[in-house]
Ligand binder design. Structure first.
Ligand code: CA
Length: 221
């Protein structure tokens, strides 16, 4: 037995998908449609969707925030698990990608739960803060342009209530965060955020080796 996380062979990953993920049919279709786009790697893994849906069932958040919606897999997974009075504020800059998201939200009947903000997320988050929404969000998912990760983190932390949970995706950046020979803007930004969160006494933290690495940070009271 291993005391570190087991590396996932293709065989073991297939086993995980078969026995560890119960993907709703609509999410499977969205994943397949997104899989035909050149940017398909920006979609979260189905095992992440299941994990997020379970967290939402456990935590029962009412106000959720998503920075980086893309074609909607994560927001739909969250919205399907939310109570009827739950809401997800979805930030993205792409009309093309979020048109796909909106089509699936409507089909799933959660279009009223998902509030799309089509603008650079830095501005949307500033607007939310300016509108007095500081410390009002229960749950947040960060999965947007990596160069802005450290800035998004500070804004989201202000928007989360004490006890609220932030999930940060791609914290492994395909393993490159731990490779000293790799030095480009995205990996530098992800490293900077990982280092900041590790030392940040405002949050309780766990970095989970799920898909491309997922950090859970709970804002302390
Ligand atoms: Ca991602």
């Amino acid at each position: 037995m291993s005391v570190k996380s087991v590396g996932l062979s293709d065989e073991l990953h297939g086993y995980l998908l078969r026995f560890g993920v119960r993907e709703p049919e609509i999410l499977a279709r969205l994943r397949e449609e997104t899989g035909r786009l050149p940017q398909r790697d920006m979609q979260i893994a189905p095992e992440q969707g299941s994990f997020m849906a379970l967290l939402v069932e456990l935590l029962q958040p009412r106000r959720c925030l998503e920075v980086g919606t893309f074609t909607g897999y994560s927001s739909l997974a969250v919205a399907l698990a939310l109570p009827d009075d739950g809401r997800v504020v979805c930030c993205d800059v792409s009309e093309e990608w979020t048109d796909i998201a909106r089509r699936y939200w409507t089909e799933a009947g959660v279009q009223d739960l998902c509030e799309l903000r089509l603008a650079p997320a830095i501005h949307t988050l500033d607007d939310l803060l300016a509108q007095g929404q500081r410390a009002t969000f229960d749950f947040a998912f960060l999965d947007a342009d990596k160069e802005n990760y450290p800035g998004y983190y500070e804004q989201i932390l202000e928007l989360l209530r004490p006890g609220g949970l932030l999930l940060v995706d791609n914290v492994f950046w395909n393993g490159e965060v731990a490779r000293p020979d790799v030095d480009e803007p995205a990996v530098r930004a992800v490293r900077a955020l990982n280092q900041r969160i590790a030392a940040d006494e405002r949050v309780t933290v766990a970095m989970i080796p799920l898909a491309d690495g997922l950090t859970l940070a709970r804002k302390r009271g």
